[in-house]
Design a protein around this ligand. Structure first.
Ligand code: ADP
Ligand code: TRP
Length: 321
């Protein structure tokens, strides 16, 4: 089984990225042949700052490795080190109805925010389809917001196969219900673009302040707490704490005398401990920048022949050469 996913280096990674995509991807590296990449071509649709793109690409790579991506088990590379994917994007474009792209939520959301769309932003899902199809992937672990893009990929793969003969494996998305949408510090979906993120790595004091600033209702300290399911800090606490700690905290909150402030303190401690080992690994990688570059180059060297073979097949199928 081949598993594939990508993550854009368009900002600093947060726990929504971690639980929605990175942790499932890291778990899946045990179960098949995994391919994970830094989607730098995609990031260019929103980021036009060369220095920032290079910095984020490097940081996202370090973050993913620190969180447990094992380059001995998974092939880890930069999307742009495999330029064949852009040629496949063109070949897929010829079977892509404009109307299919016009229906994509991520595109419509950006238009609604007043962003004037470039061709690249519009064609974003076709590049993503090329990413997935070029490695003949079976399974694509992503958060729920990417589900539609995987559906577009299936549509394009099926259409191409029907028109030009069997060329691509048709993939399935893998979306964990329990972590499909991680709430942000304001209760909306956590996202870089909403300024409501809790970063995976960062400076302790600033992160503690963010956690202590999470919104909650005004039930007094003594009150037995109600409405836990709507409480943002409680929902985040449950992501990090083990079953016994969750049960104990729930009892304390429901008994009264424990305030939302106490919950947020406990949440911060759980969160900080959860990533303690990853933080140590990340410090090691930071002290050794050549290591990350070496991993990405080795990954590209493994991924590229597979991409080349698929592209050759697709070129032949459409009648090039
Ligand atoms: P952002 O919304 O912060 O820009 P991306 O769109 O770059 O995040 O998402 C990268 C990956 O992380 C995708 O697989 C996406 O589905 C997942 N992801 C992002 N935010 C969340 C969230 N709040 N909950 C679950 N998964 C998420
Ligand atoms: N669009 C994805 C995101 O924003 C990133 C991505 C690019 C991707 N290519 C991919 C994810 C292929 C899975 C498979 O999160």
């Amino acid at each position: 089984m081949r598993i594939l996913s990508g993550i854009q280096p368009s900002g600093v990674l947060h726990i929504g990225n971690y639980f929605g995509m990175m942790r499932p991807a890291i778990e899946l590296q045990e179960r098949g042949e995994a391919f994970y990449f830094i989607a730098d071509y995609h990031a260019l649709t929103s980021l036009h700052d060369p220095e920032a793109l290079r910095r984020y690409s490097n940081e996202v790579a370090m973050d993913f490795l620190a969180c447990g991506l094992d380059p001995k088990k998974a092939t880890f590379f930069r999307q742009s080190d495999i330029p064949e994917v852009t040629e496949l994007t063109w070949l897929l474009s010829i079977v892509t109805p404009m109307s299919l792209l016009e229906k994509c939520h991520s595109f419509k959301d950006k238009i609604a925010k007043g962003i004037s769309p470039s061709h690249g932003l519009f064609a974003y899902p076709v590049l993503m389809a090329a990413d997935i199809l070029i490695y003949q992937s079976n399974l694509v672990p992503v958060g729920r917001d990417q589900k539609q893009h995987v559906e577009v990929t299936r549509d394009l793969g099926i259409k191409f196969n029907m028109q030009f003969g069997e060329t691509f494996t048709i993939p399935e998305p893998e979306i964990r219900d329990s972590v499909a949408v991680i709430p942000g510090l304001d209760g909306q979906k956590m996202s870089k673009s909403y300024n409501n993120t809790l970063e995976i790595f960062g400076e302790e004091k600033a992160l503690r302040k963010k956690v202590m600033g999470i919104k909650s209702d005004s039930q007094p300290l003594e009150a037995p707490k109600t409405g836990l399911n709507e409480n943002i800090a409680w929902n985040l606490f449950k992501l990090f704490a083990g079953p016994a700690d969750i049960e104990a905290m729930e009892k304390r909150l429901k008994a009264g005398g424990t305030g939302w402030g106490d919950l947020k303190k406990a949440l911060f401690d759980q969160y900080w401990n959860y990533f303690a080992e990853a933080r140590r690994r990340r410090a090691g990688l930071q002290a050794n920048p050549g290591e990350v570059e070496r991993v990405l180059r080795e990954g590209a060297a493994r991924a590229r022949p597979i991409a080349q073979a698929t592209l050759r097949k697709a070129r032949q199928a459409v009648g090039l050469k």
